[in-house]
Write a protein that binds this ligand. Structure first.
Ligand code: ACO
Length: 324
């Protein structure tokens, strides 16, 4: 039987209207535009308005992707949404978005893999298509991370932003996603986490506030090393070499982490999509935001090979190598 591939037929994304520059942050914490730019590559981040939710951003990104694909919501047979900042505990944000799109009846669920959420969602959706279970799938990565940022803590507040991206996948005889990889190591949980929640209780005490906690330098080191081996593993799984990759579309957390991965792939930076300067680290939103920019700006062309990857809290890390 001929293989079934998942093909990305269109992309979409959404950012909140309000952009906050590094200079704006200088007014609220002891930091500088120069420190933020040289350490991370970030120039600004977008922050959700009061009442604006992850689901709102996901819905907008999904609408734009469906419109670009020429696919009606009623044609979808699955929605997978990566997020670590769902609107409410349940129903899932995927269900909330499904209802707003008018895709009622298809399967819909969230995936929580922190910054790797979209890459996990894409890998799962690919398996549904390859198995013959699904034909048209909406995959979304969406976050409002700034809702759990401590604006007094300069080590973390400068790094994060809100945003969403989406892709429409379709079953096809043509490639398509060649390979996806997914990993996690819960042994690293305390290097990057938000240790509050339903079962442990919603305590808001000094050591248990609803805040992102991060050991930045350690996260940086493990991320670089792990992404190096992830790149090797993905190339091997797809039966490809570094020189087969046209574009690297990495998780947009820190320009220095991105540069290290590009170096490992021997790719010049003009073959790497960088949008972290525009929206900071949007966790699950980051890779699909960068992909949508790459597609709509005309950088990425049909027939080119793309390597997508992400690393985040858990730790989790995941990738996909695909022909666009
Ligand atoms: N403004 C000014 N100074 C700051 C700020 C700030 N916003 N934040 C920290 N500093 C200070 C520190 O206090 C420290 O001061 P000291 O030397 O007097 O003690 C100094 O800057 C240097 O701190 P370092 O931690 O050594 O800086 P580093 O070069 O490692 O950069 C950073 C810090 C940007 C957090 C980096 O480690 C990083 O990006 N880590 C990865 C974290 C990340 O991306 N997390 C997101 C989720 S995981 C992921 O998506 C990959």
């Amino acid at each position: 039987m001929a293989p079934i591939y998942s093909r990305i037929i269109a992309t979409g994304s959404a950012l909140p209207e309000r952009a906050v520059s590094n200079a704006d942050l200088e007014k609220i914490v002891d930091t500088s535009d120069e420190w933020i730019r040289t350490r991370t590559g970030i120039r600004q981040r977008h922050i959700a308005a009061d009442g604006e939710t992850t689901g709102d951003l996901a819905f907008l990104a999904a609408q734009r992707a469906l419109e670009a694909a020429g696919v009606k919501a009623s044609e979808l047979d699955l929605i997978v949404l990566g997020t670590t900042t769902p609107d409410i505990i349940f129903p899932s944000t995927a269900c909330l978005v499904q209802q707003r799109l008018g895709a009622n009846g298809c399967a819909a669920f969230d995936v929580n893999a922190a910054c790797s959420g979209f890459m996990y969602a894409l890998g799962i959706a690919d398996k549904f298509i390859k198995s013959g279970q699904s034909k048209k799938v909406l995959v979304i990565g969406a976050e409002t991370l700034t809702r759990m940022v401590d604006w007094n803590e300069r080590e973390t507040c400068v790094l994060f932003g809100d945003g969403a991206g989406a892709v429409v996948l379709e079953a096809s005889g043509e490639p398509g996603i060649y390979a996806t990889c997914m990993h996690a190591d819960g042994g690293y949980k305390e290097l990057l986490w938000n240790p509050v929640g339903v079962s442990v209780g919603f305590r808001d005490e000094p050591n248990h506030g609803v805040r992102i906690k991060m050991a930045g330098r350690e996260v940086f080191k493990v991320a670089v090393k792990t992404l190096d081996s992830l790149v090797d593993e993905t190339l091997e799984a797809a039966g490809m070499h570094e020189s087969d990759i046209d574009w690297l579309i990495p998780h947009q957390a820190n320009l220095r982490i991105i540069e290290a991965t590009a170096k490992r792939l021997q790719m010049p930076m003009d073959r790497v999509i960088v949008t972290v300067d525009q929206h900071a680290n949007t966790s699950s939103g980051s890779v699909p935001l960068a992909l949508d920019y790459a597609v709509r700006s005309g950088k990425v062309q049909r027939g080119q090979n793309l390597l997508l990857e992400a690393f985040g809290g858990g730790f989790t890390w995941a990738s996909a190598l695909l022909r666009y």
